[in-house]
Design a protein around this ligand. Structure first.
Ligand SMILES: Cc1cc2nc3c(=O)[nH]c(=O)nc-3n(C[C@H](O)[C@H](O)[C@H](O)COP(=O)(O)O)c2cc1C
Length: 298
């Protein structure tokens, strides 16, 4: 295990470790205006939602490591207190990256990166028409974290209006992750696309207690086949399967075949894996507990 005291390495290296370990990060594509009404657009991935009632977003505009200067977005929100956070979908990601180039304040990144400005309802900065979700915000507070290159300014924002493109909603009016197709920032030049096979469900019930790892019999818990993810599926059940259900699974022809395998318990746990992959946790549990009774630690 590599253990790093942040004071012992160069800030630029620390920055990269942080970016790689805190990832993927959502991207706030921040639209602002200066006091003279000139538009500005830049991506910020030190960003997240921190409260839904009241709705509050926070992003950080950092001092540049190269020359310790601060950024146009920070100057604009200090001057005007208004911004729009636009979500970034895969279809607009390269244009977003183009808008991150450090153009001078008088340059309009909407024009440079080919985005369409759309009037907002309650704030002066434009929305990005191509973005599937646009959040109009007012600045609540700005917290300065330091005065050296890399130091952040936390820009804490109240969301005053949300706009979501109907095209990314499912039939129940919920945002469909595959349709909104967001991208996240990772370390260096890595990005993640949050749709398709990258998106999956963990249906953890929170209305009942799972029995927990400590209730798993040793042969299951120390399986050579089942991973922590598999064990967590079993440990999320409220209790072990009952004796009748365990006995019934013993009649399954697959159980008889397992007895002749070179490593019956491993073979059984592979079957358990297959049932867990199908989300049939009840059958998987009966098989796993049957193994404890019928196979011991073979
Ligand atoms: C995907 C992405 C995420 C970024 N996130 C941040 C960030 O969280 N904080 C930051 O200070 N700069 C970040 N940057 C760099 C800024 O976008 C860049 O410095 C930009 O030129 C700032 O523009 P501005 O001066 O118009 O605000 C990011 C760049 C990219 C491409």
């Amino acid at each position: 295990m590599l253990s790093i005291d942040p004071k012992s390495i160069k800030p630029v290296d620390l920055h990269q470790y942080l970016l790689a370990c805190v990832a993927p990060r959502p991207i706030a594509f921040v639209s602002t205006m200066d006091a003279e009404g000139r538009p500005n657009l830049a991506p910020y991935s030190f960003f997240n939602a921190f409260s839904s009632n009241p709705p509050v977003l926070v992003f950080s505009s950092n001092r540049k490591a190269s020359d310790n200067t601060t950024k146009d977005t920070l100057h604009n929100v200090r001057e005007t207190g208004e911004l729009v956070v636009n979500a970034v979908s895969f279809s607009m990601a390269r244009q977003m990256a183009l808008a991150s180039v450090e153009y001078p304040p008088e340059i309009n990144e909407f024009e440079k990166a080919g985005f369409t400005p759309l009037a907002s309802s309650l704030v002066r900065p434009y929305r990005v028409a191509e973005s599937p979700a646009q959040l109009e915000c007012r600045v609540r507070e700005i917290i300065t974290l330091g005065d050296q290159g890399g130091a952040g300014h936390l820009i804490i924002c109240d969301v005053v209006m949300l706009h979501i493109n109907e095209n990314v909603l499912d039939e129940r009016g919920r945002v469909d992750p595959h349709k909104i197709d967001l991208v996240g920032r990772m370390g260096r030049f890595y990005y993640a696309r949050a749709s398709g096979e990258a998106v999956y469900n963990i249906e953890q019930r929170v209305d009942r207690f799972g029995m927990g790892f400590d209730q798993l019999p040793a042969g299951i818990r120390h399986s050579r086949v089942l991973t922590g993810n598999h064990l967590a599926q079993l440990a999320a059940l409220p209790q072990p399967p009952d004796a009748d259900a365990i006995a019934a699974i013993g009649e399954d022809p697959r159980m008889a075949a397992i007895r002749n395998a070179a490593h019956p318990l491993d073979e059984l746990h592979r079957l358990v894996q297959m049932e867990l992959a199908k989300e049939d946790v009840a059958t998987a549990a009966c098989m796993a507990w049957w193994g404890e009774v019928a196979l011991g630690n073979q």
